[in-house]
Design a protein around this ligand. Sequence first.
Ligand code: AR6
Length: 171
Amino acid sequence: MTSITLVQGDITRQHADALVNAANSSLLGGGGVDGAIHRRGGPAIPAECRALCASRYGKGLPTGQAVATTAGDLDARWVIHTVGPVWSPTEDRSDLLASCYRESLRVAGELGARTVAFPAISTGVYRWPMRDAARIALEAVGSSPAAVEEVRFVLFDTSAYEAFARQLDDR
Ligand code: AR6
């Protein structure tokens, strides 16, 4: 059984077997969590991302999928990159957001990661409303069959932390 914990903070300061990155399909870095992970993780991460793009993901990593690289200088063994969906007011993309969590945990399980830290995927640049994103994230993690001991959500600010805490209480 996976235990779910919530902390407020910067995911790049966390120690865990795997840190999940809210990437984009190019895997070449960006703003938000992605920018922070690439900055603090150092050049080994983009080097491996470039190699993955050249070999397996010529058209980019599809939305909802996940792939692992080294964690470089971060206090973790792996970074698992996943691409969240951009929020749409007209199209239900919740399955893709749930898939980011499920696929990241599947990859983590395959690697043998026991502790996995997630940011609130898609809730920044991709504009997903926090409360709905928290519900989807907690449901997806709660129903994942992956053999991971701890999933830690690392929420950047108080309102994100409170949104996740409320959803966790309601479960
Ligand atoms: N630690 C934890 N959470 C963070 C951190 C951090 N260091 N920095 C931001 N957040 P975002 P997305 C929160 O934009 O919405 C990038 O440019 C942030 O407050 O990082 O999935 C990529 O390259 C928000 O709640 O990811 C993509 O192009 C959450 O993390 C695009 O943004 C996610 O915000 C992905 O957008």
